[in-house]
Design a protein around this ligand. Structure first.
Ligand SMILES: NC(=O)c1ccc[n+]([C@@H]2O[C@H](COP(=O)([O-])OP(=O)(O)OC[C@H]3O[C@@H](n4cnc5c(N)ncnc54)[C@H](OP(=O)(O)O)[C@@H]3O)[C@@H](O)[C@H]2O)c1
Length: 267
């Protein structure tokens, strides 16, 4: 598994991690992911999967970069502090590696939320602060509200079919040392060997590139995300075979011509 530096922290994260939204696969897929180097495990207070993640991490906590999220409906100072305690208890850990604001909430001043996030770092409950679903404007506001620590990641929707962040968010994140964590990188499984419903031109290109490189469509779809230098991925998989396949998306690179073909076919 290849790794990339998270922001400019010196912390190295795997190109492929594991997401757990709607996850119901038990501990095995998570443990297999960890053994294959997909040690960035993503959950959230609202997923209802912190318990199973905690169980999967037993005896492996030090191998894992654990990310969880406070819901956008809990962004008042006291709410953030108690949400973090709830996550720590459900996960059964003494610290969270990356605590993420799940989505922005314009009804709560971002400075109030970020002050709680920074205090959690000061208290040793959290190592790094991230955000999710933040636009460039929202990210700038959040960055401007930080007084002691930095925002190191923005977890956002990104896959061959959902490219909106390419215009401004990816370049802005790169400029300011924020890693883009691509969620739904397989378009919920549509960019895999599961039947594809739409985008025939894209499907043909994906199949043809997959044939050329001798990889599966899911592996090509994930590797395409990785063709952007400050992007890493967190596909979710209930099935161990899918975890193994997804981990095989790292360790090689599409050529720039193959990336261009996919860019155009899905553009
Ligand atoms: N921050 C946010 O707002 C936000 C929003 C959405 C998601 N996320 C995070 O991102 C993670 C990933 O996104 P996602 O769960 O929406 O979608 P995804 O990873 O694009 O797709 C998951 C689906 O793809 C299937 N799949 C995975 N690997 C496969 C493979 N190699 N071949 C065929 N099918 C495969 C899975 O099937 P099986 O489960 O049957 O293996 C599952 O149905 C989430 O779990 C969550 O951690 C964050």
């Amino acid at each position: 598994m290849e790794v990339r530096e998270m922001g400019d922290t010196g912390v190295l994260l795997p190109e492929v991690g594991i997401g757990t939204w709607k996850f119901s696969g038990g501990v095995e897929p998570i443990q297999r992911a960890i053994s294959l180097g997909a040690t960035h495990v993503d959950t959230a207070e609202m997923y209802g999967t912190e318990d199973v993640v905690g169980q999967a991490l037993k005896g492996r906590r030090d191998q894992v970069f654990l990310a969880t999220k406070v819901s956008g409906s809990h962004l008042r100072y006291d709410e953030v502090m108690s949400a973090a305690d709830g996550s720590l208890a459900r996960l059964g850990v003494d610290h969270i590696d990356m605590y993420i604001v799940h989505w922005p909430n314009s009804r709560v001043p971002i400075a109030e939320t970020m002050s709680a996030m920074e205090d959690l770092v000061e208290q040793g409950k959290v190592r790094y602060i991230g955000v999710s679903n933040f636009s460039v404007r929202e990210l700038k506001e959040a960055q401007g509200a930080m007084t002691k620590h930095r925002i190191v990641s923005n977890q956002v929707l990104y896959n061959l079919r959902e490219r909106r962040i390419e215009r401004d968010l990816i370049p802005y994140c790169k400029e300011t040392g924020v890693t883009v964590v691509a969620y739904t990188p397989l378009d919920s499984g549509a960019l895999s060997d599961k039947p594809l419903i739409r985008g025939r031109q894209g499907v043909r290109a994906l199949e043809s590139v997959a044939g050329e490189v001798g990889k599966t469509k899911a592996q090509v779809a994930l590797n395409w995300c990785l063709s952007r230098e400050n992007v890493i991925t967190i596909p979710k998989a209930n099935r161990v075979e899918h975890v193994e396949e997804n981990c095989g998306a790292s360790g090689w690179m599409l050529s720039s011509e193959q990336v261009r073909i996919l860019d155009e076919a899905f553009g």
